[in-house]
Each structure stands twice: as structure tokens, then as C-alpha cells.
Ligand binder design. Structure first.
Ligand code: HEC
Length: 204
């Protein structure tokens, strides 16, 4: 009888641990964003997500007036990155953040070039059937940037599809995302690898 009780206690304990682990797993699979009454709260913590690349369209290569003259540092949430590596697809619930960084300097001891200065803006795109059933591809687009480039708004409303979605639909390589400019996403696409910095690397 004692033995029976002991094993029941152990079994219950193991079950509880297993259930709480499942819960953690489910919680992680949830969204890395918060939309309330149609407004997206400014994402936080994204510099600790997975960094995928930095396009740059500087003013002096665009007649002095590039539409986006800054560096664009792009990040993906870690659960969507895991899904991307496994399947080569963006899961429902993906968020990509694009942090704008001004060109700070054009010369360094290493030579002439473009070097990152200050953070000047923040944009985001989210794929969600639940939140955007009518947007093409279920992608919606947001900006938290302000005209003075020194502050960010605390929340934002999605842009109409003509402002953002249409160009992404027409020209992005994979499911509305410009993966052609993000080497980390290209390397990791559907490879199922840990992608820690190269195959057969002892960092894997
Ligand atoms: C004329 C085409 C065009 C329009 C319009 C456009 N984008 Fe983009 N967007 C791009 C290109 C090209 C990239 C990748 C290269 C870069 O960042 O310069 C990009 C990248 C992004 C990314 C990074 C993730 C991804 O999908 O690649 C976000 C976030 C983003 N844009 C938000 C917006 C928002 C918000 C708007 C509307 C205010 C917008 N875009 C309008 C062309 C466009």
C-alpha cells in the first residue's frame, strides 16, 4: 500500500511537471506582440530576438533624398525563427521589427563607408489571420517613428494596404518579406539547423 502511495505521489509529481512544461511551451508559441482595440503596442525586447540583416539606402546614392536614408536593422521573434528553420515558412503570429538607425559617420580607421549612428525610428509587420483576416497574406504594417526622429509613439494603427502591403506583395521574395536582403533568413530557411554561424562549426 505504501509503495502504491509513493508511486502515485511520484506519478502525480511527474504529471504536474510535464503539464507545466507543456504550458511553458504553449506560452512561448503565443504572440510576441500586443494588439488592443486595433492598436499595436510598441514592441519591446526585440534587440534580443534573432537579427536577420541590415539593408541601407543612403541619401548620397539616391539623389540626396532616399525614401528611407537610414540603416534598417531587422529582427524576427524567436519562435517564428524556429518555425522558419523547420518549415521555410512564416508562421501565423510572426512579427518582424525593423529598427531604423541613422548614418552616423562616413569614415573610420578601416576606411570610408557608412557607420551606424543613433536609433531614429521603428517599424513592424505582423502576419495574423486572427487580427488581419482581410489584409493580403494576413500581413499588417506599423510605424512608431515620429517626424523629429528622436521619440517613438507608444502605439500605432495599421497602415492601409496601399501604403505598405502592396509594395511588399509585389516585390518581396518570400510571403511579403524581403528575404532576398536578409542573409540570416536565407541561410536558415527550412534547413532545420541550429544556424549558430555555419555548418560543421564547433559553435553549433
Ligand atoms: C516601395 C516599396 C515599399 C513600400 C511602399 C513599403 N516598403 Fe517596407 N520594405 C521595402 C523593402 C525593399 C524592404 C527591405 C529593404 C529595406 O529595408 O530597404 C522593406 C522592409 C520592411 C520591413 C522589414 C520586414 C520585411 O517585410 O522585409 C518592415 C517592417 C517594413 N518594410 C515596413 C513597412 C511599412 C510600415 C510600410 C508602410 C508605411 C512599408 N514598409 C512600405 C519596400 C517597401
Amino acid at each position: 500500500m505504501k509503495r502504491f502511495i509513493n508511486s502515485t505521489v511520484v506519478f502525480t509529481f511527474v504529471l504536474t511537471v510535464a503539464l507545466s512544461l507543456t504550458h511553458v511551451e504553449t506560452a512561448q508559441a503565443e504572440e510576441f506582440f500586443n494588439i488592443e482595440d486595433g492598436s499595436l503596442a510598441r514592441p519591446v525586447g526585440y534587440r534580443e530576438w534573432v537579427y536577420v540583416g541590415t539593408p541601407l539606402t543612403p541619401n548620397d546614392m539616391n539623389d540626396g533624398k532616399a525614401a528611407f536614408p537610414e540603416f534598417h536593422n531587422v529582427y524576427i521573434d524567436p519562435v517564428s525563427w524556429k518555425h522558419w528553420k523547420k518549415t521555410g515558412e512564416f508562421r501565423d503570429g510572426t512579427i518582424l521589427v525593423k529598427e531604423l538607425v541613422g548614418v552616423g559617420s562616413k569614415a573610420a580607421v578601416s576606411g570610408r563607408g557608412y557607420f551606424q549612428g543613433n536609433f531614429v525610428g521603428l517599424e513592424a509587420t505582423i502576419k495574423s489571420k486572427k487580427h488581419f483576416p482581410k489584409e493580403p497574406g494576413n500581413w499588417a504594417y506599423y510605424s512608431f517613428s515620429t517626424p523629429d526622429h528622436k521619440t517613438l509613439t507608444t502605439s500605432a494603427k495599421a497602415f492601409p494596404k496601399e501604403a505598405c502591403n502592396s509594395c511588399h506583395l509585389a516585390s518581396a521574395a518570400t510571403d511579403w518579406v524581403f528575404t532576398q536582403y536578409y542573409p540570416v533568413l536565407r541561410e536558415g530557411m527550412g534547413t532545420g539547423e541550429i544556424a549558430a554561424g555555419g555548418k560543421n562549426s564547433n559553435l553549433d
